[in-house]
Design a protein around this ligand. Structure first.
Ligand SMILES: [Zn+2]
Length: 144
């Protein structure tokens, strides 16, 4: 069954390793197999040295809110039902140039509209939590 949510392709050769790690409860970052530079989102070639070899590096799963928005209509039906909700961008604790998009929730299986967007602050410490939708395990963020 096709989900009403926008879900990733788990078989994509470039990003599949990220989703496999999420399913294990681990937040990873793609690293260049030649020079070691980290990059997010995953992509086939290193922008620093043009190598196409890659590895996946475990992270702390901790970060800070770098930015956030409160999406407004028009929204896809599954998201319109939840509005107002938040979408945040998190900078990773060990490398703030690595950023993840997601939602701030109260706990792993919380709803994306449970937190009043007026209470969200840039710089707030957060930690990753993992939420399953169909076959996909998505990283989300909870206050640390
Ligand atoms: Zn490289």
């Amino acid at each position: 069954m096709e989900s009403a949510w926008l879900l990733p392709d788990l078989d994509d050769p470039t990003t599949g390793g990220f989703w496999e790690a999420c399913a294990r409860g681990e937040l990873v970052v793609q690293a260049c197999g030649a020079c070691g530079a980290w990059r997010m989102p995953p992509r086939p070639m290193c922008p620093s040295c043009q190598s196409t070899t890659t590895t996946w590096v475990p992270t702390s799963g901790r970060g800070r809110i770098w930015s956030f928005i409160v999406p407004h209509p028009p929204l896809l039906p599954a998201f319109a039902e939840k509005a107002p909700y938040n979408a945040i961008v998190v900078e990773l604790e060990e490398d703030p140039s690595i950023r993840f998009a997601g939602n701030l929730v109260t706990h792993a299986d919380g709803e994306i509209d449970e937190i009043d967007p007026a209470t969200i602050a840039i710089g707030e410490p957060v930690r990753v939590v993992f939420h399953r939708i169909d076959d996909v395990v998505l990283p989300r963020w909870a206050r640390a």
